[in-house]
Design a protein around this ligand. Structure first.
Ligand SMILES: NC(=O)c1ccc[n+]([C@@H]2O[C@H](COP(=O)([O-])OP(=O)(O)OC[C@H]3O[C@@H](n4cnc5c(N)ncnc54)[C@H](O)[C@@H]3O)[C@@H](O)[C@H]2O)c1
Length: 452
């Protein structure tokens, strides 16, 4: 993470862009001040929503700026962030924070569980705040589209929290693919076998009736936000909510923005036209609440531009990808990562921006002369967002890109409810063309007062 807060003023701001006129529409308020005057200092005023867990690291990563407000529904979970930022005003309800500190806040970092991304992100953007939101962008496809619409209308600078997107390795991977290193890519196997016990909560379904006292330091009602009321249980929060489908998106939604990002970018995948899931030990009652113990989900992408059709097969939990033919028998393929098959070769990579990207077998890698670097490298994911705000340009994984990437996971979470059925998807119309039951899962039911 780059720490330097670049000195800049109105003049240097304009010099950084070749299209100054266009930039006036998205200039952040703090640069020119509310009355069009330069701001007193060059740092952004940042607020955090959900600052325990991953949010703690996200706030640290933007701590070169002024952290003016922090909001968390659990003062225990947020304790470290609260202590580290004594000058920040503390809140439990982000709506109150945005109301009271509207004039002071320039940008917001959001790292709540998936089911509250949309309400928090949209509330912040409607007030003109730039937003960094953790992945996946939202909990449902409808919410993703709403977020994208509001981001466009409010002309704010956005970044999804798939930090691998700002790595050197993802750029290396794109350059290899674009140089034709493995020829035409036809198939990708992506996988994640991490945290199996967290994603598969089938064993805990019977515990929903337990009675637990809500800790005095925790606001359960605000944690639920848009989701229907249910009894508090510490098995949901923190962290384990990701295996419970009313709140999280399972192994698929949690990892696809890290693992599939490189091929999504390099192959310009866009929306799939067909999604088919195979689910281990499928149980329709269980799967309305929890992610299964293993899923294999095939996404088919029609030909686009110069590339032909691509098949992406996702494996998680106890479903594992086949050993790639080009990989030596005594070497293991990635367990969190992908194998990319072209008509002239095979590439393997790990998670978070194609970490450890390699041609296989090793003999091919040894002889390989990498193509020239084409993509500029960036100084870190949070810094890319901060720089983008200053420069009035989209950040690398802005909500147009990051939203489309997140949708893949959300489509897969719908597909696991219809195992064995090929769902035909019309991304532009936001509808399945052959399954009315699946269409009902595109838009969630919001608890009163929480719709977006
Ligand atoms: N980019 C990454 O590598 C990465 C890694 C882990 C998690 N994440 C993402 O970060 C997000 C949070 O995950 P986590 O593992 O930190 O979860 P967590 O449950 O450990 O932490 C979430 C934090 O948000 C707070 N919170 C919950 N609802 C809130 C609300 N309505 N308002 C304010 N605060 C609220 C919680 O109290 C807690 O402090 C998820 O979207 C997850 O996918 C990203």
């Amino acid at each position: 993470m780059s720490t330097g807060s670049r000195r800049f003023n109105r003049r240097s701001f304009l010099q950084t862009t070749s299209a100054a006129a266009a930039v006036f529409t998205i200039v952040p308020r703090h640069v020119f001040g509310a009355e069009g005057q330069p701001a007193a200092n060059d740092k952004l005023n940042i607020a955090g929503i959900g600052v325990g867990g991953q949010g703690e690291g996200d706030i640290q990563a933007v701590s070169s700026q002024n952290i003016v407000a922090l909001c968390d529904v659990d003062s225990q979970r947020a304790a470290k962030s609260f202590e580290r930022n004594p000058g920040a005003k503390k809140y439990t309800d982000f709506r109150k924070m945005l109301d009271e500190m509207d004039k002071q806040i320039d940008a917001v970092v959001i790292a709540t569980p998936d089911h509250t991304h949309a309400v928090a992100t949209i509330a912040a953007m409607k007030r003109g705040k730039h937003v960094y939101c953790e992945k996946p962008l939202a909990h449902s496809i409808y919410e993703v589209r709403q977020i994208q619409k509001v981001a466009r209308e409010c002309k704010v600078i956005t970044q999804l929290g798939n930090q691998g997107h700002s790595s050197d390795s993802i750029r290396t991977f794109c350059e290899w693919i674009w140089a034709g290193t493995i020829g035409k890519v036809t198939e990708v196997h992506a996988c994640c076998d991490a945290f199996k016990d967290v994603y598969c909560q089938v064993r805990n379904l019977s515990r929903r009736g337990e009675v637990h006292q809500v800790p005095a330091t925790f606001d359960w009602d605000l944690w639920l936000g848009p989701v229907a009321q249910r009894a508090y249980n510490p098995m949901y929060a923190p962290w384990n909510w990701r295996g419970w489908l009313p709140f999280g998106t399972g192994a698929l939604g949690d990892w696809i923005c890290h693992v599939v990002d490189p091929v999504f970018w390099a192959l310009d995948l866009g929306a799939p036209s067909r999604i088919t899931a195979e689910v281990m030990n499928y149980d329709p009652v269980a799967q309305s609440e929890v992610y299964p113990e293993g899923a294999q989900i095939t996404f088919e992408f029609a030909a686009r531009g110069e590339r032909g059709p691509v098949k992406l097969v996702w494996y998680d939990g106890n479903k594992t990808a086949p050993h790639p033919a080009d990989l030596e028998a005594d070497r293991n393929p990635p367990t969190v990562g992908a194998v990319v098959y072209g008509d002239k070769g095979t590439i393997t990579y790990g998670s978070h921006g194609a970490g450890g990207v390699r041609l296989v077998p090793e003999a091919k890698m040894k002889d390989f002369k990498a193509p020239e670097q084409k993509l500029p490298r960036v100084p870190g994911h949070h810094q890319d967002w901060l720089n983008a705000i200053r420069e009035g340009r989209p950040a690398g994984s802005n909500f147009e890109y990051g939203g489309a990437l997140s949708e893949l996971g959300l489509l897969g979470v719908i597909a696991i409810k219809f195992p064995g059925k090929s769902l035909e998807w019309d991304g532009a119309k936001m509808q399945f063309t052959n399954c009315e039951e699946a269409n009902k899962m595109i838009t969630p039911t919001f608890r009163e007062g929480w719709s977006v």
